[in-house]
Ligand binder design. Structure first.
Ligand code: FAD
Ligand code: NAD
Length: 470
């Protein structure tokens, strides 16, 4: 007899959400996570809550308010200047994280999910071993297993993280003061978000990016405009620079990099390596239960997120697909429903991407360039925030909304937004696309005035060639 219906390894946004959902559907569920907070206490929430989405957004919000007041305050009649107290900013961030992680342990309790603090590994296809910090071993027999072990920052071998001069994203969330000269390797999501935080707080930030193009996954209109704006804000973004080596001497890190045929060097006070993340499956003993992964370590799953072993599932960052918290959570819910008897395969087509710079970047669906390359016949409607009343009232007129619809039936295929609060605006696009809406559907919906969302309305009208305010 199995002790449990489901044992989840990993208590991040994939694992804890799946565990709650499974318990709500009547499955006897346990969730194992090994993470401990800075004070040594066990903690849930994974990368997202502890060293990812939440702490980075706390610092992005604080630093944005600081910059806004000092740069824009005068125009609004806000006189004087504001000073920063980075240690208070960090304390606030820690409180935000603590409140949210404690909330998750409360949610597991409320839903009767057993939370075990320890390292989970597969003993067989029906037994999970949980090893506590003190080395105590507990074997849990279970009908199903869910692997939600997440990811870790990718490394550059020649730049080992020492947390004194060279940091990964977790270390860059903990700086006690703004380094004078800060180098970020990688102009991806983390590089741009954390680069923005420390630039706003006073660092001279240089971002070294190996690719010759900027934000390759975004729509070209968005990435070109964003690059201009970020450079204007003071981020020094160097494209086509492949970092090869670092040397530490006299309290400086000297970075060697290739730019075209040139080999160059620059020195910094601190360096952050933000070159992507890799699946974290070390110690899970995948082979023990016949679970297959690819050559990069991503656990392979079918359309139900089931691995090569029946009854063992995997979700989130340890599987292929976007490494995003909402993708992990949604997969968790769908897998729990599947285990409880639902037959629909996991199909997550409309995953929004959001980059929390200022202005923010958000999109759902493919880029215009991708659609044109596939020879799709499309209509494109674009509405700039400089034509929006609310954007003027806020004093934030940068960016635009772009809607792409299929020519023959007007169905919305993608929405790309560069602008303040794009992170919130994109939800309307996701909802519309999930319901198979046309741009006319969005154009016929009454949007409140004056709101930023009117720009979605106008972009939908523009797709049909009928924008009113532009
Ligand atoms: P994780 O959150 O990594 O959780 C996995 C958990 O499993 C961890 O707690 C780990 O300790 C535990 N674990 C692993 N192996 C074992 C084991 N053998 N035994 C026990 N426990 C184990 N995504 C967004 O959508 N929006 C954002 O704004 C965003 N910002 C980010 C900012 C930063 C700086 C970073 C680094 C990431 C950010 N992400 C963001 C990505 C997001 O954090 C991840 O996509 C998400 O956390 C993945 O969830 P997960 O549940 O798959 O894995
Ligand atoms: P990323 O893949 O977004 O960007 C990494 C960048 O580093 C790439 O542009 C790559 O070309 C560059 N690079 C790689 N090696 C290099 C080298 N040797 N020299 C110079 N540049 C190099 O990865 P990331 O920024 O580390 O973020 C990891 C993941 O975390 C993201 O893919 C995303 O899924 C997730 N995340 C999401 C959010 C969000 O949703 N807002 C925020 C942060 C992180």
């Amino acid at each position: 007899m199995s002790e449990y219906d489901l044992v989840v390894i990993g208590g991040g946004p994939g694992g804890y959400v799946a565990a709650i959902k499974a318990a709500q559907m009547g499955l006897k569920t346990a969730c194992i996570d090994k993470q401990t907070a800075a004070d040594g206490s066990p903690v849930l929430g994974g990368t997202c809550l502890n060293v990812g989405c939440i702490p980075s957004k706390a610092l992005l919000d604080s630093s944005h308010q600081y910059e806004f007041f000092n740069k824009e305050g005068k125009k609004h009649g806000l006189v004087g200047s504001v000073k920063i107290d980075i240690s208070q900013m960090q304390k606030r961030k820690e409180t935000v994280v603590k409140n949210l992680t404690q909330g998750i342990s409360g949610l597991l309790k409320k839903n009767n999910v057993e939370w075990l603090h320890g390292f989970g590994s597969l003993k067989s296809k029906n037994v999970v071993q949980c090893t506590s910090e003190k080395g105590l071993i507990k074997n849990l027999s279970t009908k199903n297993i869910l692997l939600a072990s997440g990811s870790l920052p990718s490394r550059i071998q020649s730049l080992p993280i020492d947390n004194e001069y060279i940091f990964d994203s977790s270390g860059a969330l903990e700086f006690k003061s703004a380094p004078k000269e800060l180098c970020i390797i990688g102009a991806g999501v983390i590089g741009l978000e954390l680069g923005s935080v420390w630039r706003r707080l006073g660092s001279n930030v240089t971002v070294l990016e190996a690719q010759t193009s900027f934000l390759d996954t975004a729509d070209k209109d968005v990435s070109a405009e964003a690059l201009k704006l970020f450079k204007k804000q003071g981020l020094k973004i160097e494209l086509g620079t492949l970092v090869t080596e670092a040397k530490i001497a006299k309290e400086k890190v000297t970075i060697s990099y290739k730019k075209g045929v040139e080999r160059l060097e620059s020195s910094f006070d601190k360096v952050v390596v933000a070159v992507g993340r890799s699946p974290y499956t070390e110690g899970l003993n995948l082979d023990e239960a016949g679970v297959k992964s690819d050559d990069k370590g991503f656990i392979l799953v079918n359309e139900f997120n089931e691995t090569s072993t029946k009854g063992i599932f995997a979700i989130g960052d340890c599987t292929l697909g976007p490494m995003l918290a909402h993708k992990a959570s949604e997969e968790g819910i769908l897998v729990a429903e599947h285990m409880a008897g639902a037959k629909a395969p996991v199909e997550i087509t409309h995953v929004p991407w959001i980059i929390y710079t200022w202005p923010e970047i958000a999109w759902v669906g493919p880029s215009e360039q991708f659609l044109r390359n596939t020879k799709k016949e499309i209509n494109v409607g674009k509405f700039p925030f400089r034509a929006s009343g609310r954007s003027h009232a806020r004093g934030e007129t940068e960016g635009f909304v772009k809607i792409i619809a299929e020519k023959n039936n007007d169905q919305i295929l993608a929405v790309h937004i560069l602008g303040s609060n794009a992170s919130e605006l994109i939800s309307e696009a996701v909802t519309a696309m999930e319901f198979g809406a046309t741009s006319e559907d969005v154009a016929r919906i009454i949007h409140g005035h004056p709101t930023l969302s009117e720009s979605m309305h106008e972009a939908a009208l523009a797709t049909l060639g009928n924008a009113i305010h532009y």
